[in-house]
Design a protein around this ligand. Structure first.
Ligand SMILES: Cc1ncc(COP(=O)(O)O)c(C=O)c1O
Length: 396
């Protein structure tokens, strides 16, 4: 059965991490891997998470299966966090929310549900996008179509091209949007642009599907959810897949959720029951640990504050590094304008260098980044930023 199976080529980002580990250059910098890193280069367990874990460990008296949709308080807090606790769609019971294994599991569960309801539906995905969107969504049976998103020459969102393409999306189609902190380019829609896309969805009838993997790492928890909340308010239907990997640092615990907004509460109940049935066909019951931690933190004012303060620190650090890198490059006389990096949001940006210069950074300067020149801004710190700016200036 398996004799004809060929090995897949190694994942480029994992290959980069392996090469970084082997590199003996004391100045080496890892800007490849997609997790938040602190000043010391670690991906830490957040303090509120540690406290919640200790408490959970003392309190938990059973490992029996949890409810299929996830713990009730997790669902309540997820809706409040993503949509804002006074959102009319929550009040009107137009939401169904189901816990799923991480943002990836949420994207896949939503895609499987959509494909079971409307097989082969078309979903528009931005070019570029998080590379895993393609296998995650297409292997459920959905048909993918790209829409242009980023202008590499101008280092900015190409909104006209995006809208030109989305004009062809019609009722029954889906449009995948990054809720904030676009991966890989960091170029987000402005409030006015969210409004335009919302109007187009209303006019042409397509259903937006928002991937919210970085809420709180751009401008703030509420600011980053602007587009999702607007669409929830204005549109009859909306899908949101959110992840707690980055904003709670719960990567390996696999916690996320699928929220589906429907035209009325009866439909929401029916949809919720079908999403749960879809999950049952794949993995049965979701993992509980991370969901309990999120619920415990958001249920407790003190823990919420501690978590929010740490998240704010992370966000401020990322935005500060963006500013510092741009001003250091300017100060050492680099003529290329890098100010776009300062305006972009979240963990990622394209440095905006051609492949040969990226290769030089990796091979000659031990600065590890993927070929597209995408960097994880959080991999920069006070100790390595001068070497990074200097090396970029040299390859230019
Ligand atoms: C845009 C985007 N969506 C979803 C995810 C999935 O996150 P998770 O680790 O929760 O599956 C990621 C992770 O990098 C991402 O960048």
């Amino acid at each position: 059965m398996f004799d004809a199976i060929e090995a897949r080529p190694p994942d480029p980002i994992l290959g980069l991490s392996a090469a970084f580990k082997k590199d003996t250059n004391p100045s080496k910098i890892d800007l490849g891997v997609g997790v938040y890193k602190d000043e010391a280069g670690n991906c830490p367990v957040m303090k509120a998470v540690k406290t919640a874990e200790r408490r959970k460990c003392d309190e938990e008296d059973s490992k029996a299966y949890i409810a299929q949709a996830g713990p009730e308080s997790f669902i309540k807090h997820t809706l409040d966090l993503v949509l804002g606790n006074a959102h009319p769609v929550i009040r009107d019971g137009r939401t169904s929310c189901v816990l799923a294994p991480g943002g990836s599991g949420s994207l896949r569960l939503a895609a499987e549900f959509i494909n079971s309801a409307a097989p082969g539906s078309k979903i528009f995905v931005s070019n570029p996008s998080w590379p895993n969107h393609v296998p995650l969504l297409s292997s459920s049976g959905l048909t993918l179509e790209e829409y242009p998103y980023y202008d590499y020459a101008k280092h900015s969102l190409d909104f006209d091209a995006m809208m030109g393409s989305l004009k062809t999306a019609k009722k029954g189609d889906l449009v995948l949007l990054h809720g904030c902190c676009h991966n890989p380019c960091g170029a987000d829609l402005s409030a006015a642009q969210w409004e335009e896309v919302t109007e187009l969805a209303l006019k042409n009838g397509f259903t937006p599907f928002i991937d919210m993997a970085y809420q709180g790492l751009g401008d703030g928890l509420d600011e980053d959810a602007y587009g999702a909340r607007l669409m929830a308010e204005k549109l009859p239907e909306l899908i949101i897949a959110n992840s707690y990997s980055k904003n709670f640092g719960l990567y390996r615990d696999r916690v996320g959720a699928v929220t589906i907004i429907t035209s009325n509460s009866e439909v929401a109940k029916a949809v919720g029951s079908q999403v749960v049935a879809t999950a049952r066909q794949i993995y049965s019951v979701p993992p509980a640990h991370g969901a309990y931690l999120v619920a415990m933190i958001l249920d407790d004012a003190e823990l919420t504050k501690e978590w929010n303060d740490e998240l704010t620190e992370m966000r401020d650090r990322i935005n500060g590094l963006r500013r510092d890198l741009v001003s250091k490059l300017k100060a050492i006389g680099v003529s290329q304008d890098f100010s776009y990096i300062q305006n972009e949001k979240g963990l990622f940006s394209f440095l905006g260098l051609p492949k040969d210069k990226v290769e030089k950074l990796v091979k000659e300067y031990s600065i590890y980044l993927v070929g597209s020149s995408r960097i994880n801004v959080a991999g920069i710190n006070k100790k390595n930023i001068d070497y990074l700016a200097d090396s970029i200036s040299k390859v230019l």
